[in-house]
Design a protein around this ligand. Structure first.
Ligand SMILES: Nc1ncnc2c1ncn2[C@@H]1O[C@H](COP(=O)(O)OP(=O)(O)OP(=O)(O)O)[C@@H](O)[C@H]1O
Ligand SMILES: [Mg+2]
Length: 387
């Protein structure tokens, strides 16, 4: 979109410059005074558009903000539709939705009104200038200082120059809009990546021989803020290779956080995590993700086929591998009962899955790469007792 906007702007500027140059040469050849009338309108347009661009920029920013709030609200409430109904909050949510749409409409109308007002004012200035040029030309013809042909030709050339002059003045406005878009792109690009590879990063040790070691690991979700308590403090742990470790604790005690650290989805605030003696920071993220399978507490299903969902992390997987992962997660039989088996669309617009089926699918996704290390975050909570 940004690229399209830039290309359109460059095309418009080149056309405008060619038109203005040609018109200038014609007018200067016939009568330089008529050219002066055209030139005199340029500062008026410039001042008008400069003022308008500031106003329109502010409205654009506000509009973008209300747009983000509106879509965020809609997607959040759609996700929690059943909870909204279960707590009987439909009326309140409808009210919130109306409030947000009214704000959005107000800003959109303000933007349209500002642009329309500017267009009208520019039209008035243009009409006044062309009328003046016409009257000036007419007096010159009556005085015998210009032929009727010259007068009409210079009048039509001057009139056709107002369009390009206006477009040049509009550049301010285009740049104001482009600025808002660029600012957003810059904000996203400037957001520091939390997890990056060290220049001397090495491959994940495969097979893991000794295991994982946590040394004085501490973690806070907001290390800058001293009032926010650390979730984990001074955790020392050794998980030998070839063993299963089960972490138990009350809700909110930091189990998921610990698993995020082990998967390097977050970095410890203090201390370090070593795999076979290599600090995790020194391991290439890609190879770590490939060798470690993580099944999150909440199974995420994407809109697409069953196959797409299982091979999310490994799109080149062969059908045999996909089936093996589904069998291991005890999902294969269920998939075979679906209308078009592995090609059945699930997620937003397709078949919806039960909580247990979602967890099995999430498990199959993690098992697909035959990971060296498997991290399961309470991922059997929705499975039946037999499983
Ligand atoms: N993204 C986050 N930002 C700030 N605080 C968070 C975030 N995620 C979790 N916390 C806080 O960290 C603490 C530990 O959360 P965590 O999810 O690790 O608990 P848990 O042991 O997995 O709980 P449960 O058994 O309910 O899954 C909680 O107090 C929680 O409020
Ligand atoms: Mg948890």
């Amino acid at each position: 979109m940004l690229q399209q906007q830039l290309v359109d702007t460059i095309m418009m500027v080149s056309n405008t410059v060619i038109m203005i140059c040609t018109g200038t040469v014609i007018l200067l050849t016939i009568d330089w005074k008529i050219f002066l009338f055209v030139v005199a309108t340029a500062p008026v347009y410039a001042v008008m558009y400069r003022y308008a661009s500031e106003v329109i920029r502010e409205i654009s920013l506000e509009l973008r903000h209300t747009n983000t709030c509106l879509w965020g609200f809609v997607s959040q409430k759609f996700d929690a539709l059943k909870a909204v109904q279960a707590y009987g909050r439909e009326r309140l949510e409808r009210l919130n939705f109306h409030r947000l749409t009214s704000c959005f409409l107000r800003d959109a109308l303000l933007q349209q009104r500002a642009s329309a007002g500017l267009g009208r004012s520019a039209g008035i200035v243009g009409s006044a200038a062309t009328t003046t040029i016409f009257l000036f030309g007419a007096t010159r013809v009556m005085a015998g200082r210009m032929t009727l042909g010259e007068m009409l030709f210079s009048y039509s050339t001057a009139a056709s120059l107002f369009g390009p002059v206006l477009e040049l003045a509009q550049l301010n406005l285009i740049f104001a809009n482009l600025g808002v878009t660029m600012q957003r792109v810059a904000d996203i690009l400037d957001t520091p990546l939390e997890i990056t590879d060290a220049p001397d990063a090495v491959e994940f040790p495969s097979p893991v021989k000794r295991g994982f070691s946590l040394q004085h690991v501490a973690f806070s979700y907001d290390p800058e803020n001293e009032e926010v308590e650390s979730v984990l403090t001074d955790v020392n742990l050794h998980i030998p290779a070839g063993t299963w470790l089960c972490v138990m604790g009350p809700s909110g005690s930091g189990k998921t956080t610990l698993l995020y650290l082990l998967s390097r989805l977050y970095e410890p605030t203090h201390g370090s995590i070593l795999v076979d003696g290599i600090p995790m920071k020194k391991i290439k993220t890609d190879s770590l993700r490939m060798r470690m399978g993580f099944v999150p507490q909440e199974a995420k299903i994407f809109s697409g086929t069953v196959r797409d969902n299982i091979c999310y992390a490994y799109p080149d997987a062969r059908p045999k591998q996909i089936m093996a992962a589904a069998k291991a997660a005890e999902l294969h039989d269920f998939i075979m009962d679906m209308p078009v088996q592995y090609e059945t669309i699930i997620g937003e617009k397709g078949t919806t899955l039960s909580g247990g089926q979602r967890q099995r699918l999430s498990l199959a996704r993690a098992l697909l790469t035959s990971p060296e290390v498997l991290i399961l975050d309470d991922c059997t909570s929705a499975l039946d007792a037999d499983t």
